[in-house]
Design a protein around this ligand. Structure first.
Ligand SMILES: [Ca+2]
Ligand SMILES: [Ca+2]
Length: 938
C-alpha cells in the first residue's frame, strides 16, 4: 500500500536519502483487566496511527509487542514491506489476558525488537509507545531497571494511560509518567476516547520525523503547482500543499495577478490544502473555487471559497483522504455545476475500500446528499474514488455521466465504474475491468477523463493505468419501449370453464417504439414470449407450446411484428390473470462491434395480463359461503359400537362468485374416510381430504350439498375428545378463508361385559343336635363378554353373614395375582376381596362355614360382587354392576306335629307284618331259635 502501490503523488520524496528512518514500537497491554471491546479499540488506534503516519512518513517502520501472561511480538520491524498486509496483521491480533508485565514488555522491545537481526537500524530514530490501563502486576522485572538500561539511550518514550482505573490509582499514573519522556504522557478516561489523542500523538510523531522544519521555509517549500486547474476565463488555480507548514494553500492566478485564497496561516498543520483544485460555475457571475485538504483535522476536508467567504466540507473517517479527488458535475448540461463529487479513496471498513461522497448545489452552497458511491461488495482493497471524471453524455439521454476509478480492485488490476446522469441524480450502469477486453493491466482506473473522441464523433473515455492509457469509444444507446396490444384482454364469463369446447383465440401484437430519435438504420430484435408465466397448468398456447421465440427487424418504416394468434384452453384457475411475459434484446452479430446498445435503464422485460371478467358486486369480489348449516351426526362416539360418523354440508353462495372454492377437512386417525357424495375430493390422505366445490367458479346463488362419512378405526388411543376441522377457502385474490368450523365429539370405548355370581352349595343346613360341624363352600363370580380395549376392571366381593352364630373362614381366593383378601376386614363383620384385572378371569372364593345354630327360620351368607372401570374412557351397556349371591342356612329338626307321623307308623307296621310273615314262611325264626339255644349255656 505505501511501498508497493503508492499512487498519490508523494510529498515525501524529498526525504533525506541518508536518513535511517524511524522505528516505532507499540507496547500494548493485553492483560485481563481490559475488556474485549476496549482491546479492539486499542488495536484500531494503533491501526489509525500507522495508517496516517505512513501517509506522510515513508521511512517509518512499526513493531507491536503485546503483553499479558506472556510477552509476544505481534509485529516485527521486518513485517513492514506490504502496507495492506501489515495493517491486516494489526486487525488479527488476539488478546493474551492475565498479568500486567509492563516492565518486561519494554525490556522485550529493547532486547528483541530494536536489534539489527530483527530489522532495526543503528542510526534510526526509535520510539516506544506504551498503551496500558493499570499498574504493573506479576512482573519480576523492575521498571526503573529497564528504563535505565544502556539500550534505552536515545529512545523517545510515550505512554498512554487509559481507563478510570488508572485515573484513580496514583501508583499506576506514576508508572506511566515514569515511562514517558517529559510531556509525552497522555491520559484518557476510556478506550473510546483514544481517537481524541490520535491527532496530537501523530503530530508529535511526524514532528520527530523531520518535516516540521518546512515551517521555517513557508512558501519556499509550498509545493505550489502540486495540483492545477484551468478555468474558462483562462485563470488558473494552483494547489500549494506545503505552504504554512503543510497546512497548505491555494493560489488563484488571473493574468498577472496572483491571489492566495487561504486567508490565514494558522490553519491546522499538515492539512495539505491544495492537494486537489477545481472550480464550479454556479451563476453567470459566481464561480466557486474548491480545494481538497485530505489531512485537514485528520478526516480530510474540502474548502469552498466564494469571494471572501469560505466554508469546509468535512470527511467522516480519519485517514480516509477525503478531498484528495474532486469533480464538479454539470448534470443537465446547462453549463452550471449541480453536484460536487468528493473522493475518499482511503476510506476503510475491512481494508481500503474507498468511496465517493455526493454534494448537491443549493443556493451557492454544496449540501450533503445521503447517497454515497461505492465499489462492489467484497472489493476490500479497491481504492474506489482515486479518480473521478465527468465524461459527457455517453448514453445520449441529455444528462452528463460520470466515471469513477478503483485502481486497486481485483489484485491491483483495477476497474472503472460508470454512472449515468438523470434528472434526479446518478445511477450505476456499467463496470469496466481489463479482463472484459482481455488485457492484463495494473492500476487501471488510476486516472480517467472523457470528452469527444479523436477519430470518430462518438463520445469516448480515456482511462489511465500503470504505463498506459486506454481509450474507449462509446456505442450509441437506443431506447426501445415495446407497445403491446392484446385482444381481447378480458375473458368473458361464458368462457370461464375448465375446458372450453369452441375455439376462442386471443391476438397478441407487439410494436417496438424507438424513443427520442428517428431510426435511420435496420435493427434486428430477438424476442421471446412466455405464455401464462409462472403457472404450471397453462391456460394459453401457441402451436402447442407456451414459449415462443422470434426475430423481427426494426426498420425506419416497420416497427410492428406480425400478429400472433394465441389459443385459449379454458381456465382451471379463472381468477388470477394470465400473464404474458416479453423479453427482447438486439440480435447482434457476435463477431462484429455492436452498432447500437439498448438503454440500461429501460426494461427489456414487459409483462402484460389478460384478466377474467368477474361477476362481482364489489370490486374486491367477496363471496359469502358459510358452514353454519352443516352438522355432525354424532357428538359422542363409542369405538366398538358406533358404526359411522358423518357431516352433512349445505353450502350456498349468497354473494360474489368464489373461485377455486375448496373445503379442507382434517380429521383424527381414529377415523377413516368412507364415503363422499356431492363433490370431488382429489386430495386425500390419512387425515385430510380436500374437496373442490363447483370448480372453477362457485357462482352467486349456487348451492352444493356435500355428505362425507367416516368409519371408526378399531384402535385404542388416549383421545377422550376429538374433532374434525373444516376450512372453506377461495382463491379470490390469493388463498382466502371463507369460513372454518370445528366439529367436536367425545370418544369412548365399548366394554360389553356382564358379571354373574353363584354359590356351591347354594344352601347350607344342619341337623338339630349336630350343630358346630364345619362345612365347605365356594363362591364364584365370572364375567361374560370381552374386554377388547384393555380396560382395567376392579371387582370387589363383600361377604357378610347375618348372625354371629355362623362362623366363616376364607380359605383361598383365586386368581392369586389379581385378588387380595384383607383379613382385617373380618372384624367388622364383613369379608372384602379386591380384584383388579384386565383379563376376564373367574374369581373363586373357597370358605369353611361353621354353623353353631340357626336363629329364627333361617340365616344367610351374602356375597356381593361389584365391578367398576374408568367410565370417562369406557362405556358398558349393562348398568347392573352389583351382583348379590345369597346362601340360606337352615336347621333340620324333629317335629312334634302327629298327622304325618301316625300315617307313617301305620304304613311301617304293615310293612313289618308282611316281612315277618315272609320270614316265618321261610323258617327264619326256627333257625334263629336253634342258634339262640346253641349259644345259650342254659
Ligand atoms: Ca447544470
Ligand atoms: Ca447521459
Amino acid at each position: 500500500m505505501r511501498r508497493d502501490a503508492q499512487l498519490d503523488s508523494d510529498t515525501d520524496e524529498d526525504e533525506d536519502e541518508d536518513d535511517a528512518g524511524t522505528e516505532i514500537a507499540f507496547v500494548l497491554d493485553g492483560s485481563g483487566s481490559i475488556q474485549h471491546d476496549d482491546f479492539q479499540r486499542a488495536k484500531d488506534f494503533i491501526y489509525n496511527v500507522m495508517f496516517n503516519v505512513w501517509n506522510t512518513c515513508f521511512d517509518c517502520n512499526f513493531a507491536i509487542v503485546q503483553y499479558g501472561s506472556k510477552i509476544r511480538t505481534e509485529l516485527s520491524l521486518l513485517d513492514n514491506d506490504n502496507g495492506a498486509k501489515t495493517l491486516q496483521k494489526v486487525k488479527e491480533i488476539q488478546q493474551i489476558y492475565s498479568l500486567t508485565k509492563t516492565a518486561s514488555a519494554i525490556h522485550h522491545v529493547l532486547t528483541d525488537i530494536f536489534i539489527s537481526e530483527n530489522g532495526s537500524k543503528i542510526d534510526s530514530k526509535k520510539i516506544i509507545i506504551v498503551l496500558s490501563d493499570g499498574e504493573i502486576l506479576g512482573d519480576n522485572m523492575i521498571l526503573s531497571d529497564v528504563l535505565n538500561m544502556p539500550q534505552m539511550k536515545g529512545v523517545t518514550r510515550y505512554s498512554i494511560g487509559v481507563g478510570d482505573g488508572i485515573l484513580k490509582k496514583p501508583q499506576a499514573i506514576q508508572e506511566m509518567m515514569d515511562i514517558a519522556d517529559r510531556g509525552k504522557f497522555f491520559n484518557v478516561s476510556n478506550y473510546a476516547a483514544l481517537d481524541d489523542i490520535l491527532s496530537s500523538l501523530q503530530q508529535s510523531l511526524i514532528g520527530i520525523e523531520g518535516t516540521q522544519q518546512g515551517a521555517g521555509f513557508q512558501f519556499q517549500l509550498a509545493e505550489a503547482g502540486f495540483s492545477t486547474h484551468l478555468m474558462q476565463d483562462n485563470s488558473y488555480l494552483f494547489g500549494a500543499v506545503g505552504a504554512y507548514d503543510w497546512s497548505g494553500g491555494v493560489f488563484l492566478q488571473s493574468g498577472d495577478t496572483v491571489q492566495f485564497l487561504n486567508d490565514s496561516n494558522n490553519g491546522p498543520k499538515f492539512s495539505y490544502l491544495g492537494y486537489s483544485v477545481i472550480s464550479a460555475k454556479v451563476k453567470p457571475s459566481t464561480t466557486l473555487y474548491i480545494s481538497g485538504a485530505p489531512r485537514y483535522n485528520l478526516t480530510g476536508g474540502v474548502f469552498i471559497f466564494n469571494g471572501s467567504e469560505k466554508y469546509v466540507l468535512q470527511g467522516d473517517q480519519v485517514g480516509s483522504y477525503f478531498g484528495s479527488v474532486l469533480c464538479a458535475l454539470d448534470i443537465d448540461k446547462d453549463e452550471y455545476t449541480d453536484y460536487l463529487l468528493v473522493g475518499a479513496p482511503h476510506f476503510h471498513l475491512n481494508g481500503e475500500e474507498g468511496k465517493v461522497l455526493l454534494y448537491k448545489l443549493n443556493q451557492d452552497r454544496f449540501e450533503s446528499v445521503s447517497r454515497e458511491l461505492k465499489a462492489d461488495e467484497g472489493q476490500t482493497f479497491a481504492r474506489f474514488g482515486a479518480a473521478i471524471a465527468s465524461i459527457g453524455d455517453i448514453d445520449g439521454n441529455k444528462f452528463n455521466d460520470v466515471a469513477v476509478g478503483a485502481p486497486l480492485e481485483t489484485d491491483s488490476s483495477g476497474s472503472i465504474y460508470i454512472y449515468n446522469g438523470f434528472k434526479h441524480g446518478l445511477n450505476f450502469s456499467q463496470k469496466i475491468s481489463p479482463s472484459d477486453f482481455g488485457m492484463k493491466l495494473v492500476h487501471f482506473g488510476l486516472s480517467v477523463s472523457g470528452g469527444p473522441a479523436m477519430a470518430s464523433n462518438k463520445a469516448s473515455i480515456a482511462v489511465g493505468s500503470q504505463g498506459g492509457v486506454i481509450v474507449f469509444e462509446t456505442i450509441p444507446v437506443i431506447v426501445i419501449k415495446p407497445d403491446i396490444t392484446i385482444t381481447p384482454d378480458v375473458i368473458p364469463l361464458n368462457q370461464q370453464m375448465i375446458e372450453i369446447s369452441s375455439t376462442f383465440d386471443i391476438m397478441y401484437h407487439i410494436c417496438f417504439k424507438v424513443i427520442n430519435e428517428k431510426l435511420q438504420i435496420q435493427l434486428p430484435i430477438k424476442y421471446q414470449i412466455a405464455l401464462d408465466s409462472g403457472v404450471n397448468k397453462k391456460r394459453l398456447t401457441v402451436d402447442g407450446r407456451d414459449l415462443l421465440e422470434n426475430t423481427f427487424t426494426l426498420t425506419p418504416d416497420v416497427e410492428c411484428a406480425p400478429v400472433i394468434n394465441l389459443k385459449y384452453l379454458g381456465c382451471f384457475d379463472c381468477f388470477s390473470p394470465i400473464k404474458i411475459k416479453l423479453n427482447f434484446s438486439l440480435d447482434l452479430h457476435p463477431n462484429e462491434a455492436p452498432i447500437r446498445i439498448l438503454d440500461a435503464f429501460t426494461p427489456t422485460e414487459v409483462v402484460k395480463e389478460i384478466s377474467f371478467k368477474k361477476d362481482c358486486k364489489v370490486t374486491d369480489c367477496k363471496p359469502n359461503i358459510t358452514l353454519s348449516d352443516s352438522k355432525i351426526s354424532e357428538t359422542s362416539i363409542i369405538i366398538g359400537e358406533t358404526q359411522s360418523l358423518s357431516i352433512n354440508f349445505n353450502l350456498t353462495n349468497t354473494e360474489d362468485p368464489s373461485y377455486m372454492t375448496t373445503l379442507t377437512l382434517t380429521f383424527p386417525s381414529i377415523l377413516s374416510q368412507k364415503k363422499i357424495e356431492g363433490a370431488t375430493c382429489p386430495v386425500k390422505n390419512d387425515n385430510q381430504i380436500q374437496c373442490n366445490l363447483q370448480h372453477p367458479v362457485f357462482k352467486r346463488g349456487a348451492q352444493t350439498n356435500l355428505f362425507i362419512s367416516w368409519q371408526l378405526n378399531d384402535i385404542k388411543s388416549d383421545l377422550k375428545n376429538s374433532e374434525i376441522i373444516a376450512n372453506l377457502t377461495s382463491q379470490n385474490h390469493g388463498s382466502k378463508i371463507l369460513d372454518s368450523k370445528i366439529y367436536a365429539f367425545a370418544v369412548k370405548y365399548s366394554l360389553p361385559i356382564q358379571l354373574t355370581g353363584s354359590a356351591d352349595p347354594s344352601r347350607l343346613s344342619i341337623e338339630e343336635g349336630k350343630e358346630g360341624q364345619t362345612q365347605k363352600m365356594q363362591f364364584v363370580f365370572q364375567f361374560a363378554g370381552e374386554n377388547k380395549y384393555g380396560a382395567t376392571i376392579g371387582v370387589v366381593v363383600t361377604i357378610t353373614k347375618d348372625t354371629f352364630k355362623t362362623g366363616l373362614d376364607i380359605i383361598s381366593v383365586t386368581p392369586h395375582e389379581e385378588c387380595v383378601f384383607s383379613e382385617n376386614t373380618k372384624a367388622e363383620g364383613s369379608y372384602v376381596i379386591n380384584c383388579t384385572m384386565t383379563k376376564l378371569q373367574k374369581i373363586i372364593i373357597d370358605a369353611n362355614v361353621l354353623i353353631h345354630d340357626v336363629q329364627e327360620k333361617s340365616n344367610k351368607i351374602t356375597a356381593v360382587g361389584t365391578y367398576s372401570f374408568d367410565e370417562t374412557v369406557y362405556t358398558a351397556k349393562d348398568t347392573l354392576r352389583t351382583i348379590p349371591v345369597e346362601v340360606i342356612i337352615t336347621k333340620l329338626r324333629v317335629t312334634t306335629s302327629k298327622g304325618p307321623i301316625i300315617g307313617g307308623s301305620i304304613g311301617g307296621f304293615l310293612l313289618l307284618f308282611i316281612i315277618i310273615i315272609i320270614l316265618i314262611k321261610c323258617g327264619f325264626f326256627r333257625r334263629r331259635r336253634k342258634v339262640d339255644q346253641a349259644q345259650s349255656p342254659n
